[in-house]
Design a protein around this ligand. Structure first.
Ligand code: RB5
Length: 154
């Protein structure tokens, strides 16, 4: 797989570890930085990684900032991107399995290196579930995205 990575200054430490992890798992990293210590604006880097996923330049994405919150909000503004902020392994697995999230957000000031590694390992190693109820719910999210208010759903 090709995995896009985008981070701000607060995601720098985690970024280095996760790039190594992704490559050690046999995937290719599509790196959108930043790799500099100076203060960087998370929406810029999260959007670059998210757009790479939307455009098919990457299969999945990882965005990192201090909390992961800003990056997840920014990534989710890119249509076709479903970004899940995860601080535990179970959520990362479910984000892929139930929600078919294609980008994961992490907080570099929230999760330690060991936990982040396990979270990303779970995210990359889980496929979206084909169970009809999950597919249906994901379709409803896409309808929302297309402007539906889902009123017909009762
Ligand atoms: C930067 O200080 C911090 O606000 C940013 O990394 C992120 O946590 C925003 O959500």
């Amino acid at each position: 797989m090709r995995v896009a990575i985008g981070n701000d200054h607060a995601g720098l430490a985690l970024r280095a570890v996760l790039i190594e992890l992704v490559e050690s798992l046999g995937h290719e990293v599509v790196d959108f930085g930043t790799d500099e210590l100076q203060v960087a604006d998370y929406p810029v880097f999260a959007a670059r990684a998210a757009r790479a996923v939307r455009d098919g330049q990457a299969d999945l994405g990882i965005v990192i900032c201090g909390t992961g919150i800003g990056s997840s909000i920014a990534a989710n503004k890119v249509r076709g991107v479903y970004c899940a902020l995860c601080s535990d392994v179970y959520s990362a697995r479910m984000a892929r399995s139930h929600n078919a999230a294609n980008v994961i957000a992490l907080g570099g000031r929230v999760v330690g290196v060991g936990l982040a590694t396990e979270i990303v390992r779970a995210f990359l190693g889980t496929e979206p579930s084909a169970e009809p109820r999950h597919v249906r719910r994901r379709e409803l999210v896409r309808k929302l995205e297309a402007g539906s208010d889902l009123a017909e759903q009762g």
